[in-house]
Design a protein around this ligand. Sequence first.
Ligand SMILES: Nc1ncnc2c1ncn2[C@@H]1O[C@H](COP(=O)(O)OP(=O)(O)OP(=O)(O)O)[C@@H](O)[C@H]1O
Ligand SMILES: [Mg+2]
Length: 335
Amino acid sequence: MLAKKIGIDLGSSSVRAYVRGEGVVVDEASAVALERKTSRVLAIGREAAELLGRAPGHIEVVRPVRAGAIADLTACERMLEHLIQRVGGRQRWFKPEVVFCVPSAAGGVERRAMAEAAIAAGARQAWLIESPLVAAMGAGLSVVEPPAHLICDLGGGTVEVAVVSRSSLVVAHTEPLGGSQLDAAIVAHVRRRHGLEIGEVTAEEAKRAAGAAEPLDRPLLATVAGKDVAEGRPRTATVASDELVEALREPLAELAAAIRRGLEQIPGGYAAEIEPAGMLLTGGGALLRGLDRYLARQLGLPVRVAPDPRTCAVRGTGRALGELEVVQRRQIYLM
Ligand SMILES: Nc1ncnc2c1ncn2[C@@H]1O[C@H](COP(=O)(O)OP(=O)(O)OP(=O)(O)O)[C@@H](O)[C@H]1O
Ligand SMILES: [Mg+2]
């Protein structure tokens, strides 16, 4: 029996785990419920997220990663341990090898602490790789051979523009702008236009159901439930995709500007290598309808969406497990 190889992606909105040979085995909301006294994990994922703001006093619910940064190190460590134990099973003699990725903005102390937490949780080896590298690998690109790749990851809390070349990161520009800003814009729009107070979860659902960056050939509709602003009673409203295009205009323009600032940091020498393929979009935000066309127009370069962009990074950790020489050469973190 072989040791399991586990890949983990800790994001602001989701946490995912991949087991080599099995695929993506965990895809959950990035939240953890801890017993206050002991920091013991009581629940993770949706079960924990549902307790946000209404947990009993002895339970603390946290989002361990926020806006692309480690917001709560202890919670990150506990989450990592929980996942390794849950996914690795009880194979005492075959300790798993773990590759995980965290936001590139995570600092050295945090990285070391997390690698140590993985070892404490029973990993034989723990490797940490920056997200853009694994995102490129998850998209099936070679990160070892030329050409260089331009990757833009649109997460829940961050946008990250990176150039990956010959197993390393040439540029990594991160800004705290992500899907949540789009959700907030939808909340504000529905309040203004429909006099209805809705929550961010509802707004996010509407975004997925009918949101778009550009008007659609066949418009879509989404029904949202909330509370009437004037009368305080519950009611619903129907929002159309064209309205959402309007509501998202401003945050999308800000997103494009953030990406442009990232592009400005790319050394001129890479232009010829990157130009033909343009920019690859990964992360859940890449699923917004028409976003590739919108960004292509705004930025003046070809833009394409990676296959299954939400799980690109975690599938990339899976691939990294099979190409440990890439990881080793990078020497990101090894214990
Ligand atoms: N179909 C969709 N249309 C538009 N946005 C979507 C869709 N599906 C998911 N998203 C958005 O993608 C975002 C989450 O993306 P992802 O899972 O890549 O984030 P993350 O990795 O957890 O966060 P980060 O990388 O910022 O730490 C959320 O804002 C979510 O609303
Ligand atoms: Mg991510």
